[in-house]
Design a protein around this ligand. Structure first.
Ligand SMILES: [Zn+2]
Length: 175
C-alpha cells in the first residue's frame, strides 16, 4: 500500500445535499470515504476553490443559465451555479469527513506526489472531477482505481455513462 495514494475529490458542503451544486446523496459516501482514508497510508484531498465570478459560473455569462454549455478555448464548458467560492462555508470540507491525516490538500488541479505509482480516487462527482482526475492520472502514467461506492454522480445528459466508458477505455479500474 505504501506506494498508493488515496485521493479524495471535493467532498465539500456545496456538493452535498443543501449545497449550491448538490450531488444527489453526496453525503452518503462519507462512511465509505472514511473507511478508505483509514485504510490508506497516504491521503490527499482536493478542494474545489473558485474565485468569485469564475468563468465556469453561469452568473458570469449574461443570459446563460446553470447547466447550459458554452464554447471555451479549451472546448465545451458546462456552466454551473456559483459554488465552492474561496473562503465560503460551501467551499469547506463536509462535516464528518475524517481528513485530519491528509498529507496534502490540493486546491484545484491535480499533481501526483513524488514516488506514488498508484492512486485510488473517491469523492464528488463521479462524472466530472473524479473522472477528469482519473483520466489525468492515467495520462501521468499512474495506475488508477476509482472506488465507485465512495463516489456519487451529477449525471447531466448521460454524463455518468459517457465518463464511465471513457475511464474504462483509458484503463481505469472501476471498483
Ligand atoms: Zn467547481
Amino acid at each position: 500500500m505504501a506506494e498508493t495514494a488515496l485521493i479524495v475529490i471535493d467532498v465539500q458542503n456545496d456538493f452535498c445535499p443543501g449545497g449550491r451544486l448538490a450531488v444527489a446523496e453526496g453525503d452518503a459516501i462519507l462512511p465509505a470515504v472514511n473507511a478508505l482514508i483509514a485504510a490508506h497510508e497516504h491521503v490527499i484531498l482536493t478542494q474545489d476553490w473558485h474565485p468569485k465570478r469564475h468563468s465556469s459560473f453561469a452568473s458570469s455569462h449574461s443570459g446563460r443559465a446553470p447547466f447550459e454549455t458554452v464554447d471555451a478555448a479549451y472546448g465545451a464548458q458546462t456552466l454551473w451555479p456559483d459554488h465552492c467560492v474561496q473562503g465560503t462555508r460551501g467551499a469547506a470540507f463536509k462535516a464528518g469527513l475524517d481528513w485530519t491525516k491528509a498529507e496534502l490538500v490540493i486546491r484545484k488541479g491535480f499533481r501526483p506526489a513524488i514516488g506514488i505509482t498508484h492512486v485510488t480516487l473517491c469523492g464528488l462527482a463521479t462524472d466530472y472531477c473524479v473522472a477528469y482526475s482519473a483520466l489525468d492520472a492515467v495520462t501521468l502514467g499512474l495506475a488508477v482505481r476509482v472506488e465507485m461506492d465512495a463516489c456519487r454522480a451529477i449525471d447531466l445528459g448521460g454524463s455518468l455513462a459517457a465518463m464511465t466508458v471513457k475511464m474504462r477505455d483509458a484503463g481505469v479500474t472501476l471498483a
